[in-house]
Design a protein around this ligand. Structure first.
Ligand code: GMT
Length: 386
């Protein structure tokens, strides 16, 4: 199949999932075209069957804002014409579903036959935060409905989409996934010693995110503060984003500078997760929580908020721990319990790893996307407007 995958290149789960899907589809013999403004974060090295098409958006003195939607739609049309795309798979509705819709209209009007089908994957904030904002809700709902197929990364996001947008499309749930060959614990003793100061008693707590407000990084620091009063520990902060400064301020205010290591944006998270003992994710919202899944795959127990799709990823008390977002004491208690009881730590880690291997590895999920493409291609296309 010829598949065009449209995604954001920036750090964020939707771009990572789209890129992993592109790599996996190419490995399985499909011709895949990755369409984005730049090579996505964790983008592929050279791989047969996978080509990157950058989107350029020229400025003009008259424009106060870049016309990205138009240049993206234009690029999709060109790639589709040049390479006979069967499917345009838009990851994150805004504005990718709109660009894909516009491209399909152009192709249908100009070329008639061989018009690719548009599939949109909803990732979370494209519905729950941005999509449902009254500045975008009408266009977001329209473009989602105009897709030939729609998927969501969790049951919760599917339900939220119907609740928050006037969408009628039949939404298929296909959960996120990992390349489980890559996401596996491989502990580097020297790296761990760098963070623990070679003190075996010190536990390593980690948080990986894009430091947006929805991640509640101050809550990460507050939970860590409660933990380190009871267990000697250090906190590794991995990532960058608008709230990194707030996190730094909170660290200073609480006098934790010596116990918190800021590692900035890191493309390779597996080595860091592999030395960690506990992952904190007290987000306000997570449609899925890919970061939690990555931690579980690397045998790190997760303490997270009971929000969005996280209960579909973490079975609280079995494969990790979920608490109400404001229950920072509860999160700290679960963290302390798992850090101070080696049997409990081993059991949670083993159950988490089994859950990942049974439900969330690429070999279980990528065929679901392939089957969905086939199903959508067999359906009547959404008629093009004239
Ligand atoms: O964190 C964000 O706001 C960005 C967004 C993204 O596109 O990366 O994350 C969402 O998509 C991920 C991949 O499907 C999910 O794992 C995240 O849970 C989801 N984030 C939120 O819902 C806040």
């Amino acid at each position: 199949m010829n598949v065009g995958i449209v995604c954001y290149p920036t750090v964020g789960g939707s771009g990572i999932v789209a890129t992993e899907l592109a790599k996996a589809l190419a490995q399985r013999g499909h011709e895949v075209r990755l369409i984005s403004t730049e090579m996505p974060f964790r983008g592929p090295d050279f791989q047969v069957g996978l080509v990157f098409h950058p989107v350029q958006t020229p400025g003009y003195p008259l424009f106060r804002e870049p016309q990205h939607l138009l240049s993206l739609a234009n690029k999709i049309v060109q790639v589709s014409r040049g390479h006979h795309l069967d499917v345009i798979h838009a990851h994150y509705a805004i504005p990718h579903a709109a660009a894909a819709y516009l491209a399909r209209q152009i192709l249908a009007n100009a070329d008639g036959a061989n018009v690719p089908r548009v599939i949109t994957t909803l990732h979370g904030t494209d519905v729950t935060l941005i999509g449902s904002d009254s500045s975008y809700s009408e266009t977001a709902a329209f473009c989602i409905d105009q897709s030939d197929g729609v998927t969501a990364v969790s049951e919760r996001l599917r339900a939220d989409t119907y609740q928050q947008l006037s969408v009628r499309a039949d939404i298929r749930v296909i959960p996120n996934f990992l390349d489980c060959e890559i996401h596996r614990r491989s502990e580097d003793v020297a790296l761990r010693a760098r963070f623990t100061g070679d003190d075996d008693a010190v536990r390593l707590v980690i948080h990986v995110s894009n430091f947006r407000p929805v991640k509640r990084v101050e809550a990460v620091i507050d939970v860590f503060d409660r933990i380190r009063r009871r267990v000697p520990s250090k906190l590794l902060l991995v990532g960058d984003g608008p709230d990194l400064d707030r996190a730094g301020r909170r660290v200073r205010d609480l006098g934790l500078t010596g116990d918190v290591v800021q590692l900035g944006e890191q493309e390779q998270v597996v080595p860091l997760l592999s030395v960690a003992d506990l992952f904190l994710l007290p987000s306000a919202q997570e449609s899925f929580g890919l970061a939690a899944l990555e931690a579980m795959a690397c045998q790190v127990p997760v303490v997270a908020s009971r929000v969005g799709g996280l209960p579909e990823v973490i079975d609280s008390g079995v494969t990790g721990y979920l608490h109400d977002p404001d229950d920072l004491d509860g999160m700290a208690s679960s963290g302390v319990a798992v850090l101070t009881d080696p049997d409990r730590h081993r059991a949670v880690v083993a159950a988490g790893l089994t859950a990942v291997q049974q439900r969330f590895c690429a070999n279980a999920i990528v065929p679901k996307y392939e089957a969905f493409y086939t199903e959508v291609l067999a359906r009547e296309p959404v008629p093009a407007a004239r």
